[in-house]
Structure formats: C-alpha cells, structure tokens
Ligand binder design. Sequence first.
Ligand code: NAD
Ligand code: TDX
Length: 340
Amino acid sequence: MKTLIVTGGAGFIGSNFLHLLHASRPDWKVVNLDALTYAGNLENLISLEGWKNYEFVRGDIARREDVERAFAAARRFGGPVSVVHFAAESHVDRSIESGLPFVQTNVLGTQVLLDAARAHGVERFVHVSTDEVYGSLGDTGYFTEETPLAPNSPYSASKAASDLLVRAAVHTHGFPALVTRCSNNYGPFQFPEKLVPLMIAKASDGESLPVYGDGKNVRDWLYVVDHCEAILAVLERGRLGETYNIGGHNEYQNIAIVRRLLSELGKPESLIRYVKDRPGHDRRYAIDASKIERELGWKPRYRLEDALPLTIAWYRSRAGWLQRVRSGAYREYLARQYGG
Ligand code: NAD
Ligand code: TDX
C-alpha cells in the first residue's frame, strides 16, 4: 500500500494515470492536487466517484499553502508519501504566445513542490518530463538519457529548467527523485489543442485541418496507457536519481497521422490545409527507450495502427465530452462548484 500525491491529475495524462491506479492499485491512497486551469477537467475523473481512497485538493503547485493542504490530506491517509508530478503548462503553441505561465508553473511550481516534498520526507518523487528537453533531431539518431539538454521552445526550456531543479535536489540534498522523459502521447481525455484530438474534432465537424509547415515534422507517438504503465514501473521499481526515457517506437510524420485520421474517419483529404509553420518548430523527436526496457522490463504494448482507431472510437463515443470541452461548457461545473 502506498499514499500518493499526484499533481495535475485532472489533465490528460494525470487522469489516465488515476484510472490506472484505480483499476490496478485500488488499496493505494491517492490525493490529486490540481489547480484546474483550462486544461484541468474534473469530468475526466467521474469514474473515480465512490473511490474511498481518493481525495481531490484544488490548489496551485506554486503556492506553498496549497501544497501543504495536499500533504495534510496525504498524512490523514497515513503511511509514507510519494509524489508523481504531472502538473504543468503543457502546450508549445501557448508558450510561444507567452512564456510566463510556463515559468510560473513548470519552474517555480516544481521548486515549491520539491521544497515541500523534501520537508515532508517523501519516499519517492517521480518528475514527469518530456523528450522536448533534448531539442530536435535530424533524419537519423535517437534521444538517449545522455543526450545534452537543448530545449528550443519556452515550454521545453521551462521543462528543462524543472528537470535541472530536480537534478540539483538529488545531488545537493540526496532527494529521492526520478525523472521520466516521454514522447508525444495520444489517447482518451486529451485536450483538443494537441494534434490528434484537434484533428479528430475538426474533421468530425467538417472543418479544415491546419498542418504546420510542410507537415513532415516527425514525432514518436506513445499511447497514453503505455505511458502511464511506464510511470508506474518507474515509481515502483526505478533506481533513485535516474532518468528514464519512454517512447513508443512509433515515428510518423504529422501529415501521415492526419491522413490516417481522415481515412479512419471516412473524411476527404481535401480538408487538409497547410498553414504557416510554428516558430522554432522542432523537426524530429525519436526516443531510445532501451534503458527502461532493460532495467524495468517495460515495453509499449500498443502500436499506432491499433491505438489510433481506439482513440478515434473513444472520441466518437464521448461526443458530449468533446463538445463540452470545445465550447468551454466543462468550466460551468467548475464555476458552480468553486465559483470561478
Ligand atoms: P495537461 O495540460 O493535459 O494537464 C495539466 C494539468 O496540470 C491540468 O489538470 C492542469 O489543471 C494542471 N495544472 C496546471 N498548472 C497547475 C498548477 N500551477 N498547479 C496545479 N495544477 C496545475 O498536460 P498533460 O498532457 O497531461 O501532461 C502532463 C505532464 O506530462 C506535463 O508535465 C507534460 O509536460 C508532460 N508531458 C506530456 C506529453 C504529452 O504528449 N501530452 C509528453 C511528454 C511529457
Ligand atoms: O494544429 C496543429 N498543427 C500541426 O501541424 C497542431 C496543434 C500541431 N501541429 C504539429 C506540431 C507538431 O509537430 O503537430 C505536432 C504535434 O504538435 P502538438 O500536439 O502541439 O505536440 P508537440 O508540440 O509535439 O508537444 C507535445 O509532445 C511533447 C506535448 O504538447 C508536450 O506537452 C509534450 O512534452
């Protein structure tokens, strides 16, 4: 049995992780600390209702008093506490518009959380990071855990900064942290600002699909269920102080993803619109995940060919979820519940 604080559990990957815990570790005690920004949606967690080992704390990781409320809830559950840290501003395009919220949450927030976690003597702290901290690859090669950090966007720079703060806590204080760096996730509950759900939503409504630049940028696609299982493996069995890359062995050009989605949805390719490229757009990401495979026996279970149809089927069966997120109606519950 473990007591866990999960930050960002109302977001895309965090909510999938909570579903995994509910199904596979139901005796664990879990506190979800989430500020419910535009990306946080309590509707993602409806299936957890009635889980007596679960508590939601609305709070900002950058505010020590909010973090302390989460630790107080964890203490009431009892037992040694571990942390899995997902909370972040996560969208590259938003960071290009304004980097400040990214520094506030991803950098300052991570340090506040680290300080509190150290003061409370946590057992383990898993910091969820991204392959984007390594920068961009040419046509060949892979990111390993030894690849130097070379972030290119305000988002990835803020994540790299947070990784370095975690590294410093390990080195200076002997803090029991582990870092994971994964590639692009897709699957249920992803906010429709990211490529896959955005294109599903637009194609379903017969809108044009904006492909940046020449559409030949490559991402290594990872089904979110695989990612969550990898994080659980790192939490339970990873070596303290280590970094683990997590990848899907599923490299595709963006245009190939978009074409595949259109074909699965039975929509015409004439919906594709090439638009102005993202400034500083990283060309290719590809992960060497041999360390986590070797040390922890984790491997992705899903291939894109199988999991993309699963993802489309999920969005189709949850048309109401997508519609409420796109219209902003999902925030009405928030306003009723919290007055804002
Ligand atoms: P998301 O944007 O869907 O969710 C982020 C969650 O964090 C939301 O619930 C939001 O309300 C919460 N949050 C934001 N600021 C907060 C704050 N100051 N205090 C408390 N909660 C706050 O993000 P995601 O896609 O689920 O990503 C989760 C983590 O995984 C992030 O750290 C991200 O950098 C990393 N990551 C994501 C991907 C991906 O493809 N989505 C890939 C690699 C790494
Ligand atoms: O409208 C679009 N058109 C388009 O061509 C959007 C939203 C994206 N793209 C391209 C840009 C990227 O090459 O698709 C690719 C994927 O874009 P995003 O979904 O925005 O993801 P990316 O920028 O690769 O970052 C994601 O993966 C790494 C997550 O958002 C990060 O949180 C994670 O760290």
